[in-house]
Structure formats: structure tokens, C-alpha cells
Design a protein around this ligand. Structure first.
Ligand code: SF4
Ligand code: SF4
Length: 311
């Protein structure tokens, strides 16, 4: 595997080294290839894309208003992790590195086979991604900390969990399902795409079917410019002011989506995904993971930012 030797005052070169390291980590066949119970082999992903946000960007505080007040900024996540580990130097967190693993075509196609039940390939991909985020988070933290730069993976900080949080922006409900750190919000801050009608994240480089990893570090990395003026710009429904698309809505097997504001009913979605599909995956695939993803496959935004004929 590639090694990382941090160079002083050279954010560009350090970014290159870290992204090369991640690519090399992901290319190991034990991670790049997945094997289903029946012995069928799939590539896990078709590419990885990278973006960097400035950890001090005010947008991260803004998320406390527009997501929920208990969401951690990347700096807060690192402070918690540093306290957990007894790191005694003062922290100066600089960068939020976001890496997005685009699902392979095989994984996506497998989830088109049934309209309601997630495929074994889809659930296995999610399971493998979680392992990658954990291993890569640990590995990069170890390497960068050894060279003097505190680093953490926010979703592996103690106390992180998906649960119901109080919020004030959505008048249809008092509490929403969320977590203390949102990788999609980090990806928006890092200029990699925008949100969508179904509350997914449509990347500029490869559409909506993917998984997002985040590393926060004291190391300075070159910040990616955010080009989107609107946080839902990549979604055709919002861009056409509700005139075109909305295709994801009819894909939901439990009617958790509607073509209206606040149209993603997270209670219904979570009830299906956690309550029904997690036990299903354990029983039928032997995989301790939940999944669904029907609102991410077979759509104009599955692989790319959709455009209309007149655009
Ligand atoms: S299917 Fe259409 S409306 Fe739904 S997220 Fe994709 S672009 Fe937006
Ligand atoms: S993940 Fe599944 S249940 Fe949730 S909104 Fe999408 S299609 Fe519906």
C-alpha cells in the first residue's frame, strides 16, 4: 500500500498522497470485489471522488439551524474524539476530506431486480462500505497522528448514532431521524454535489447511488470550490420547479416520498429500512446490515446529474 509522508507547507502534494493512499486501499481485492452467498462476484464501486471543505467554514454552524441543533461541526467531532483518546495538544482542525464511493453498475443493477426488497448485492455493498469507512478512518488517523496531525472519522466518535432529534425547520414533524454528523452535509460543504427531493445527495461527478466517507484533520488540504448556489440544484425536480421528474417518488415501496416540500417521511422510511429490511437481510442474506435504496436506482440521477432537453 502507498505510504504517506507529510510535507510541510505543501497542501496540494499532501492531498495527492492521501488520495493515492485511499485509492490504493480501495483497490485491494478483499475490498474492491464482493462475493454473494451464491458465489457471484461483483465490483464494489466504479470510482471514488474527493472534495475538501475548510473545517472552519461557517456553513457547518449553519447546519445547526437547517438540520438540527445537536449536529456536530467537524471541529466539535474532533474535540470529542481527542478527549476520548486523551490527546493532550491543543487542536487546530483545518480540513474536512470527503471521499465518495460510487456504487458499481452491477450493484445498482442488482437492486433493480425487485421493486421492494433490497438485493443481496446492495446490502452487501453497504456492509462492506461501513467496514471500509471504519478501517480507513482508523488507518488514516493513525498515520496522520503519528506525524503530528490529529485526525478523526466523525461517524466513529463515541456517542454518534442515528436517532430522532428535535428540529424547527420542518413544520410537519417535531422530531426527525438524523445523526450527530451528516456526511451528506459535509459533501455539500466540500463542493461535491447537492441534495435531492428524496433527501439523497446527487454528486456532480457520478449521481446519487454511492456512499460517503469523511475524515477531519489538522492537516491543511486544498479546499474545493463550491460551485452550487442552491443546495438542491442537481435535482431535476427542484431545478424545473416541480415540472419535470419526481421519478424517485413512485419507486418507494412504502410511499415514504411525495412531490411536495418536506415530502420524505423519515418515520415511514426508517420503519421499513430498520424495522423490516434489517431483519430480512439478516435472515435471508446473513448480513447484519439494513438497506433499501429503491429511490436511488433506475432514475435519471442514478449515474449523473440529470438534464432536460432544453438545458
Ligand atoms: S429522480 Fe428526479 S426528482 Fe428524484 S432525486 Fe432524482 S432528479 Fe430529483
Ligand atoms: S430508502 Fe426506501 S423506504 Fe426510504 S424513501 Fe427510499 S425507497 Fe422509500
Amino acid at each position: 500500500m502507498k505510504q504517506i509522508t507529510i510535507l510541510k507547507d505543501n497542501p496540494k502534494e499532501n492531498f495527492q498522497q492521501i488520495t493515492n493512499f485511499i485509492r490504493s486501499f480501495l483497490s485491494d481485492p478483499s475490498r474492491a470485489i464482493m462475493k454473494t452467498k451464491s458465489g457471484k462476484e461483483f465490483p464494489l464501486m466504479r470510482d471514488v471522488i474527493f472534495g475538501v471543505a475548510d473545517a472552519t467554514d461557517p456553513i457547518f454552524n449553519k447546519y445547526k439551524e437547517v438540520a438540527h441543533p445537536k449536529i456536530w461541526t467537524p471541529i466539535e467531532a474532533c474535540q470529542k474524539k481527542a478527549a476520548e483518546e486523551g490527546w493532550d495538544s491543543e487542536l487546530s482542525i483545518k480540513s474536512v476530506l470527503v471521499y465518495i464511493l460510487l456504487h458499481s453498475r452491477e450493484v445498482i443493477k442488482s437492486n433493480l431486480e425487485d421493486k421492494a426488497i433490497p438485493s443481496e448485492g446492495w446490502v452487501l455493498a453497504k456492509y462492506k462500505h461501513e467496514l471500509i469507512f471504519e478501517e480507513l478512518g482508523e488507518e488514516l488517523s493513525k498515520i496522520l497522528k503519528a506525524q503530528g496531525y490529529f485526525t478523526c472519522s466523525p461517524i466513529h466518535v463515541k456517542g454518534y448514532q442515528i436517532k430522532k432529534f428535535k428540529q424547527s425547520w420542518n413544520p410537519t414533524t417535531k422530531r426527525i431521524y438524523a445523526s450527530q454528523f451528516s456526511v451528506r452535509h459535509a459533501a455539500f460543504a466540500a463542493g461535491l454535489g447537492t441534495f435531492s427531493l428524496n433527501e439523497g445527495f446527487i454528486t456532480d461527478a457520478g449521481g446519487i447511488a454511492h456512499r460517503i466517507g469523511v475524515i477531519v484533520t489538522e492537516l491543511e488540504l486544498p479546499v474545493t470550490q463550491r460551485i452550487h448556489t442552491n443546495h438542491q440544484e442537481n435535482c431535476l425536480w427542484y431545478r424545473s420547479e416541480g415540472k419535470k421528474c419526481g421519478d424517485c417518488v413512485s419507486k418507494c415501496p412504502v410511499n415514504a416520498l411525495k412531490t411536495e416540500k418536506y415530502g420524505h417521511d423519515k418515520d415511514i422510511c426508517a420503519g421499513y429500512v430498520f424495522g423490516e429490511m434489517a431483519p430480512y437481510s439478516r435472515e435471508h442474506y446473513g448480513i447484519p446490515q439494513y438497506g433499501c435504496g429503491k429511490c436511488q436506482v433506475g432514475l435519471p440521477c442514478t449515474y449523473k446529474v440529470p438534464v432536460t432537453e432544453d438545458e
